[in-house]
Design a protein around this ligand. Sequence first.
Ligand code: THU
Length: 176
Amino acid sequence: MKKETFALVYEVYDSAEELSKEDALLLRKAQDAVRLSYAPYSHFHVGTAALLQNGEWIEGSNQENASFPVGICSERVLLSVASSRYPGVPIVAMAVSYKSDLVSSNHPISPCGLCRQTLQEYELRLQHPIRLILGGMDGKVWVLPNTSQLLPLSFTSDDLEIKETGESIRQNQKRV
Ligand code: THU
């Protein structure tokens, strides 16, 4: 038996003022995107912004529903926009912010489990890490070099490898 450890590497900034110009701009865009959120049930408004490799900026925001599980997180709304409007174009960086009348937004939030799984598949599919900038309306900001770190020992398309041919779902995805 041997023990393995997993280390999560991320940067902690005391405020957005300490960020690079590019990261600060992306976080500001995510803070702006909070206004596009539809969250009448949780009153927790989340905004996401991303810079794509082709230089385009896109936004996402959480979209809730009276049937609660139908709601979609801001991150996955953004990934759907990226994948359908700019298929095959990697996401270079993504920022997530939020605002709520019920809780203070002076600290970062981190993507939920479903979003982590979806983000990781996006990185693997396009073979490009997504730099992740997490911050509230003010306060500390966390910066991660990629999103896959947030989901260690994960289930991926490699686990669906076809036994006989050794072909993976990922190879099939690339062919499309
Ligand atoms: N939410 C997001 O959009 N992103 C996150 O990272 C955390 C949670 C949404 C889901 C739901 O609409 C609301 O915030 C409260 O959970």
